[in-house]
Design a protein around this ligand. Structure first.
Ligand code: ZN
Length: 232
């Protein structure tokens, strides 16, 4: 079981390489009852910090619905993953009392400050599901997005953004930023943390922030994902 998150700030942590390169931005806990991604990001940031290997570019770990995460609930007033699209208008009458609009504004401010370095930027949104399910990736179907997930051995589900009303990843995709959603499995399962860890390493290697050799205990990050049991 993964416990709820108590101490959390918007920027969970970041890692910056000596060599210039892309910004990889990982969001976790957009839903407050999905702490697995946060545990996985903290784990990876610790590993990157403690070994002296080279790193290209910048990795950022960003917390989603902080108020909801602290209470372990999916959201406070509105689902933070349903208020991004078709546009970013926030009704003035709701701005001050709907907690998620404050979270959204805060996230956008941080994102703008990261984009200020002018590097190519990739967004990853880490989620889990209420029932036991096999991990899957979802994207808005663009060439940019397809290029990133090419050869990643995880099921791809397209059209999710047409079923969901206003998810964050499709909003970023519309902005022209490659954006990938990853569902790691059930909310409380330790395997969901492990699947997130495998996915994050895989993306860091795929976008050449690290060499495959830097993946602890496994030189082929794709093997980590290939070994995820199917159909669970
Ligand atoms: Zn979610």
């Amino acid at each position: 079981m993964t416990p709820p998150i108590q101490n959390i700030e918007r920027l969970i942590g970041s890692h910056h390489g000596r060599q210039p390169g892309p910004n990889l931005i990982f969001f976790a806990g957009i839903h407050g009852n999905e702490p697995a991604g946060i545990y996985a990001l903290k784990h990876i940031l610790d590993r990157l910090q403690s070994d002296a290997g080279s790193f290209r570019g910048n990795m950022y770990a960003i917390a989603g619905n902080i108020k909801a995460l602290k209470g372990g609930s999916r959201y406070i007033h509105k689902d933070l993953n349903r208020i991004w699209y078709p546009n970013s208008i926030i009704p003035p009458s709701e701005r001050n009392y709907v907690a998620e609009y404050r979270e959204k504004i805060d996230i956008l401010k941080l994102l703008v400050s990261i984009l200020d370095n002018g590097q190519p930027t990739y967004i990853f949104d880490l989620h889990t599901t209420s029932s036991h399910s096999m991990p899957f990736i979802s994207i808005s179907d663009t060439l940019k997005n397809r290029r990133i997930i090419k050869s990643i051995p995880v099921h791809l589900i397209l059209g999710l953004e047409e079923l969901l009303d206003g998810p964050m990843f499709s909003f970023f995709s519309e902005m022209g930023l490659p954006a990938i959603l990853f569902e790691a499995g059930q909310h409380q399962a330790m395997s969901s943390v492990e699947n997130h860890v495998a996915f994050i390493w895989t993306m860091l290697a795929k976008l050449k922030c690290i060499s495959k050799k830097r993946i602890p205990g496994n030189n082929d990050p794709f093997t980590l994902l290939k070994n995820i049991p199917r159909g669970q």
